[in-house]
Structures are given as structure tokens and as C-alpha cells.
Design a binder for this molecule. Structure first.
Ligand SMILES: [Zn+2]
Length: 297
């Protein structure tokens, strides 16, 4: 369930790149949520983008949540990443039916639709979180994430994301890259980068050809010189715990917990991200209330 991220900067310090290989992580998401191919492609692209966005943060404790609200077969997807390479994700529609584009390829854009939003929440756990929201451009995820960066963070950004499948519907390759122009980028650099991106094969094709993410990064930045490479490990990993579920229950308040005890004599909470179940019996719920009351007094 691990992946790899490489970060780099061009020789002239005008362009930076984050590029990831997330094959096993997307396969883990597929298996965890029993995802159909188009749901795998959509959620896989999204979690690949989110884990890179987490790694772009300079604030150690930051959590980044990316949410996509679609209007077709996939109505909601959520991915949460930290700044250490961990990401978790789920969708409201794990079994979205296969939709194909004109060329017979899986169409994530059609499954998500274009009448929707991409929302990014950056939370450092102290003050109010930063929330950025854009309307979807194509529902294909990569273009939407690029639009988010240029609109909400004023950073000219190109994004490519891809998930491909083997004959048995397992994930063969997954990954993506985010390339950003730094504010002082020259016209020559911009032209070179645009030419490189236009001349490239689709990402999944490059993976199928056996190229490594380092080789792909060199194609993206051809003629600009890639330096300052750093490699990081990525993980598809849920950080839920009994303690966090207790906090969630306690935040409901005494009245609500009383009602749960009265009606159900216990509670079973399921983590959306990993499907782990947490059971609380009547005594445990009463104990939580005591803690809650002490907390308030
Ligand atoms: Zn979990």
C-alpha cells in the first residue's frame, strides 16, 4: 500500500514538480471500497492529487482535505492527506457504472459530471481552516485541480493524473504530477514547458511503457534541467482510532448520547475511510458522558 513521490526544481529555479507513483495505494483503495473501474479511476486520480498536495505544504501539522461534489454517477469523493505522505479516501458511489468517452476509454469526466465543485480545506488544527472552492472544469480531476491552483492559490499549474487497469480489473499503474511555475518564471521557460507538456504521451501510456517517475519528470522538464531531487515514501493509510471515535461521540452532547442509550443500548460507528467498525456498549457510552460532563465543568 506504498507509493513514491519525487520532488524537483529546474536549474533556473522557475518551475517545480511533484510526481508520484501510487499504483499499490490505488489498488488498496479499490479493494477496501470494492470500487468499480470508473470509481477506481476517479478516486485513484483524486487520492494521487491529494497526497501530492499534502506533501506541498510547508506546515508540519497541516491536514488537507479535498472534496469533489459531482452531479452524475459519482456525487461525492473525499480524500484527506497529511504532510508526511499519508492519504485516505472514500466515495459515496463505489459502484459507478462504466461510462466511455468517444475513444472507448473510461470517462471519469462523465461519471463525475461538470456541474459540481472541488473544495480544498487546509487545516492546521488551530485557527479557522482555509477553504478554497472552485466549480468543476471537466470532472476529469486533473484539470479541476489545476484550475483550483490557478484560481484559489494564484499559481499557474499543470496537472496530469492517471490510473490504468490490467485484464483482471486490478490497478496496473497509477500516479500523477503537478508542475508549477514560480512567480519569476520567464517567457522562454513557460514556452518550453508548454511545448514539453503538449508533446507528451498520456501518463498511463508512459507508465505502461515502463518509464520511471524520474524519467517522466525529465520529459516534463526537458530542456530546463531537473535538479534538487528528493524522494519520499507515500502510504494509503487510515489514521482512525477508538479515541477519535469517542471524541466524535462526545461532541454529540449528553442529550444525543442519552437518546442513543435509550433507543439502541449501544452504538456502532463505521469509519468511512477504511470501513473499520467501532462498537460502544451502554456502559461505555455512560462512561463517555461522565467524561463529557467533567470536561464541561
Ligand atoms: Zn479508518
Amino acid at each position: 500500500m506504498k507509493g513514491t513521490l519525487i520532488t524537483g526544481l529546474t536549474n533556473n529555479h522557475e518551475v517545480r514538480i511533484y510526481i508520484s507513483q501510487t499504483t499499490d495505494m490505488v489498488e488498496a483503495a479499490r479493494a477496501t471500497h470494492d470500487l468499480s473501474p470508473v470509481s477506481t479511476a476517479a478516486l485513484g486520480r483524486m487520492l494521487s492529487a491529494t497526497v501530492m498536495m499534502g506533501m506541498m505544504s510547508k506546515i508540519d501539522k497541516e491536514k488537507i482535505t479535498v472534496q469533489i461534489r459531482g452531479n452524475n454517477e459519482i456525487r461525492q469523493m473525499v480524500a484527506v492527506a497529511d504532510t508526511h505522505g499519508n492519504v485516505k479516501a472514500y466515495t459515496s458511489d463505489p459502484q459507478a457504472p462504466t461510462l466511455l468517452d468517444d475513444q472507448g476509454r473510461l470517462s471519469v469526466g462523465q461519471a463525475v459530471g461538470t456541474d459540481g465543485q472541488l473544495i480544498v480545506i487546509r487545516d492546521i488544527g488551530m485557527k479557522e481552516p482555509f477553504i478554497g472552492q472552485i466549480n468543476l472544469v471537466s470532472g476529469e480531476i486533473a484539470e479541476d485541480v489545476a484550475q483550483y491552483f490557478s484560481q484559489s492559490e494564484q499559481l499557474a499549474t499543470a496537472v496530469a493524473l492517471g490510473v490504468s487497469f490490467g485484464n483482471d480489473a486490478h490497478v496496473n499503474y497509477a500516479g500523477g504530477f503537478i508542475v508549477q511555475l514560480l512567480p519569476e518564471a520567464s517567457e522562454e521557460t513557460i514556452d518550453q514547458l508548454e511545448a514539453n507538456l503538449q508533446g507528451m504521451m498520456p501518463l498511463t501510456h508512459l507508465f505502461e511503457e515502463g518509464l520511471t517517475i524520474e524519467q517522466i519528470a525529465n520529459q516534463v522538464l526537458a530542456g530546463l534541467g531537473l535538479v534538487e531531487l528528493e524522494t519520499y515514501e507515500l502510504r494509503y493509510n487510515c489514521d482512525c482510532s477508538r479515541e477519535k471515535m469517542e471524541m466524535g461521540l462526545m461532541s454529540l452532547g449528553k442529550k444525543e448520547i442519552d437518546a442513543i442509550i435509550e433507543e439502541d443500548h449501544g452504538a456502532e460507528l463505521v469509519c468511512h475511510f477504511c470501513n473499520k467498525k467501532y462498537h460502544f456498549d451502554e456502559t461505555e457510552l455512560r462512561n463517555l458522558q461522565t467524561v463529557h460532563t467533567e470536561h464541561l465543568s
